[in-house]
Design a protein around this ligand. Sequence first.
Ligand code: S3P
Length: 447
Amino acid sequence: MTAANLTARRAGPLRGVVRAPGDKSISHRALILGALASGLTEIEGLLEGDDVKRTAAAMAAFGAGVERLGEGKWRVEGRGGFSEAADVIDCGNAGTGVRLIMGAAAGFDMAATFTGDASLRGRPMNRVLKPLGEMGASWICRQGGRLPLTLRGGNLRRIAYTLPEPSAQVKSAVLLAGLHADGGAEVIEPEATRDHTERMLRGFGAEIEVREAGAGRHIVLPGGQTLRGTRIHVPGDPSSAAFPLVAALVTPGSEVTVQGMLLNPLRIGLLETLGDMGADISVTNVRDEGGETVADVTARHSELEGVEVPPERAPSMIDEYPILAVAAAFASGKTTMRGIGEMRVKESDRIALMAAGLAACGIGVEEEPEALTVVGAKRGNHLVAGGAGVTTHGDHRIAMSHLILGMAAEEPVTVDEPGMIATSFPGFVQMMRGLGAEIGEDLPATV
Ligand code: S3P
């Protein structure tokens, strides 16, 4: 391990009121739609994580005026479309960034070359290239549809595309390309995925029809539309809020409130699952902010019980399974998560890394191609052992999940490459310390 490892060890209860960082999905979309629109878009609460900063830089490279006015306050001056960038677009670690930007860029008669870090260069891009190709875009890429790749767009035709996997990134890429396709685009999703692109397109003045029919949701975007700049308030990210909330649930005596958390019905699968497990969670001050529901969410230490997570819930909590697996480790009984194969193509193979990390911390796990079972350690006085050094493969959610585990386990837990946490949650360590957590640098894995 490198000198930059972080170690979390058991401390007192976690207590306090915090604000989750801006939602990553909404932050990417705000910048991209702002750049595609004509006129000014003012954004408040933008997530200033590395992933989103890469998208901001990409929008500037494609000709938009992008300016940071203060903490989380950004202004985008859209020019009604993209112009050819002078250099390669490097999206860093961001799958959402690169897939959505490729969709948007495909609408224009230009070439653009995309790359990313080692993790992103290993992730499948075919899922986006396939529909973009059917619309008329072309590309040259590494074997298996991997980055770096050069995409050539323009003169797109309409597509009616049924998503082969439940992916909001693919849906969004097709809709963004459809903005500049002759006849627009239609996406059919057999399973509903996060709908921020649809909501935000409306906010930018686009006409978009969503109807439930037959085998799923049909999202129809008519062609020939122009977007007008707008104001966006980015709510707190439920995928980030999940970490302090689960930390409170598993640490005796804790009570933590996360203010202003997004409660979009397609993002709250984790809250539902924790509720099924018997978590003491209350939701107050429910309000509407800019077309999305937000609320203050309080979690108190709870005796959790293992559950079977319904597979159809997966799209609404796909990024939350790593931290759910940690909650499950502190529960009594087994928790089974099925239908989660998509986890294997995230920033890392998250099923494999959670299984390895939990096993190293003394937890019983069973890994299947599309499932993970965690045997809760709580039997009488038997607790989660911890005492491991975890290799995160540069995955921010693997790092944060194991640090939360270390905060309540008997022995400390160390993670490598903690710098990657800043891709989605730049103030994570400081926030957790403020709540009472003990997280140190360079401490040995066991004492
Ligand atoms: C996202 C969609 C999900 C999610 C990712 C963000 C989005 O990916 O895992 O972190 O903003 O559209 P998929 O669409 O690949 O499931």
